[in-house]
Design a protein around this ligand. Structure first.
Ligand code: CP3
Length: 347
């Protein structure tokens, strides 16, 4: 039993007494208590792979910020690792794959991972977190979209263009599909296992959606996300967040998902007009708006709430919170959502 189920009700399209709010990438980075714990460890992976520690940092933002959901502390890159491609998290630089996918043999070597066997530490972190949360707020599970995962597996690290990964879509589309299929199969059983372990809602992050042209997005990303949505158990809401993929929003409107995440380039009024009222929308304050003064944060947040309207909205940023954001401004954002959306309903 959940004490606060606002997020789930909003996702299902039920009326809520105020707009629920959480932040992508709320766990870690901006919180001093995260940095303190992280500083005592060998690195990011120790945190991700130790269920008690992952649970602790998952709950930190619930305590510190009073958000309406927790998101399990992990990373999208645990999936390629489970398939046989290990990653490193380089301090102050980001992820690095010492080996990358180049040939048919490389793809053949990748396994369709078994969630309990290869990702058991995430599932255990979910179980520990659920117990420790005691029903205070829902727990969000997540995975990367197959295209975004392929992009890291082929490129080997972050990039502005991901041109090695994008090159494969032109030069060897069959191989790309073979890899996307293995990633999709892994992701489906992984998300199903997260739900079994206690995740109340799952989000698919397609962080590199916006670098594909619309036809490639259809062929190499959207259809695999659709397959993931179709495979989720009825009653557990799915959120699709495809950054930069404004051109695909009308397709998402027909997916088996409850919520569509919008980045800050998208105007929620236009999206509503285009897709109707069947889906809940999530987002989309510009993360840089949180660098402003307290008053500027309030004004920008209220303006965002007005654009979405009171119902069928989960307030969030348009992408993950940036590490150098003042947690006090994050609190202003959260409190403004809570106060203004309550008042707006009272008329
Ligand atoms: O609070 C949460 O949202 C939960 C945890 C979470 C992390 N990564 C922890 C993390 C989530 C949901 C992710 C998702 C993720 N990881 C995405 C999709 C969302 C997005 O931002 O587009 C992507 C693309 C990654 C890959 C990744 N992981 C990158 C590019 C980096 C380096 C840059 C960065 O964001 O810091 C990471 C590292 C990472 N993942 C950190 C955290 C807290 C920082 C590392 C540290 O603390 O040492």
């Amino acid at each position: 039993m959940l004490k606060n189920d606002l997020l789930l009700r909003a996702a299902r399209g039920e009326e809520t007494e105020r707009t629920p709010v959480w932040l992508m990438r709320q766990a870690g980075r901006i919180l001093p208590e995260y940095r303190a714990l992280r500083g005592r460890l060998s690195g990011f992976k120790e945190l991700v792979e130790t269920p008690e520690l992952a649970a602790e940092v998952t709950i930190q933002p619930v305590d510190a910020l009073d958000v309406d959901a927790a998101i399990i502390f992990s990373d999208i890159l645990v999936v390629p690792e489970a398939m046989g491609l290990t990653y490193e998290m380089v301090e102050a630089r980001g992820p690095l794959f010492p080996e990358t996918i180049k040939t048919a043999q490389d793809v053949a070597r990748m396994r369709v991972a078994d969630p309990e066997e290869h990702l058991g530490y995430v599932l255990e972190a979910i179980r520990v977190t659920k117990r420790a949360l005691g029903g205070r707020v829902p727990l969000i599970g997540f995975a990367g979209a197959p295209w975004t995962i392929l992009a890291y597996m082929v490129e080997g690290h972050g990039s502005k263009t991901f041109s090695k990964a994008r090159r494969m879509l032109y030069t060897n589309p069959e191989l790309a599909h073979e890899l996307l299929d293995k990633i999709t199969r892994t992701t489906i059983t992984y998300l199903q296992a997260q739900i079994e372990a206690g995740a109340n809602i799952v989000q698919v992050f397609d962080s590199w959606a916006g670098i594909l042209p619309p036809d490639h997005y259809q062929q190499f990303s959207a259809r695999y996300i659709a397959a993931i949505c179709d495979a989720m158990p009825a009653g557990v809401p799915v959120t699709v967040f495809a950054k930069g993929a404004w051109f695909a929003v009308q397709d998402f409107a027909h997916f088996n998902c409850r919520t569509i995440g919008l980045d800050w380039n998208e105007d929620p009024r236009l999206v509503r007009a285009a897709i109707g009222h069947e889906k809940t929308l999530q987002g989309n304050l510009d993360p840089c708006a949180l660098y402003g003064s307290r008053e500027q944060v309030q004004t920008a947040t209220i303006e965002m709430l007005r654009r979405f309207g009171p119902q069928r909205h989960i307030a969030n940023l348009g992408h993950g919170v940036y590490p150098d954001t003042d947690p006090d401004n994050v609190r202003v954002f959260i409190n403004t959502v809570k106060e203004f959306s309550t008042l707006a309903r009272e008329g």
